[in-house]
Design a protein around this ligand. Structure first.
Ligand code: GDP
Ligand code: MG
Length: 193
């Protein structure tokens, strides 16, 4: 039997949808400070007054309508929850799709994104998992260290999608998650016999 770990999602996810609407597990990866938790909170509709929930890992449950079809996403912001190798390996294994985040103001985080892409490819060799490379903090124009062109060129090498976002301004965050859902559906459809 396949699915473990998902528990109380039914009570959270909205009413009135078809019974078989699917739940997709999406995992956030990326260096500390790039904005993973901020993106997750925007996605989850959590407007944080104060940032006390910052340290612990979080999981967000939401249904999203894309192209007139509803899907449920569980978004995992647990990459930095602890430093165990076990957790990292779990993360690499559990996702139906991945969001690899860097900050456009931090070249190191961009280089780290490449490493993560390589690790992911290794962990899931034969699978063609949807990945979106995200350059976050696009609002910080003056401290930008990674250009849009560098980001999109990298995505070509990675063979994945690319988008720049600003979690602070909520810019492109909705597009990011719609994009993830579309990619997952595409792969699923092409796999189905
Ligand atoms: P994480 O370590 O990847 O989870 O990053 P956080 O979400 O905790 O964000 C790290 C810091 O960057 C926080 O101070 C955020 O307020 C800030 N931050 C996150 N996203 C953005 C963004 O899009 N623009 C700006 N200007 N700051 C951001
Ligand atoms: Mg965080």
């Amino acid at each position: 039997r396949g699915s473990c770990a998902s528990d109380s999602s039914d009570s959270v996810i909205s009413t009135g949808s078809e019974a078989e609407s699917q739940v997709y597990k999406v995992v956030l990866l990326g260096e500390h400070g790039v904005g993973k938790s901020s993106l997750a909170r925007v996605f989850g509709g959590v407007e944080d007054a104060g940032h006390d929930c910052d340290e612990a890992g979080n999981t967000y449950d939401r249904s999203i309508v894309v192209d007139e079809e509803e899907s449920s996403i569980v978004l995992y912001d647990i990459w930095e929850q602890d430093n165990s190798q076990w957790l990292k390996e779990q993360c690499m294994r559990m996702g139906d799709a991945y969001i690899i985040v860097y900050s456009v103001t931090d070249k190191c985080s961009f280089e780290k994104a490449s490493e993560l892409r390589i690790q992911l490819r290794r962990a899931r060799q034969s699978e063609n998992i949807p990945i979106i490379l995200v350059g976050n903090k696009s609002d910080l124009v003056r401290s930008r260290e990674v250009s849009v062109d560098e980001g999109s060129a990298c995505a070509v090498v990675f063979d994945c999608k690319f988008i720049e976002t600003s979690a602070s301004l909520h810019h492109n965050v909705q597009d990011l998650f719609e994009g993830i859902v579309r990619q997952i559906r595409l792969r699923k459809d092409s796999k189905e016999e």
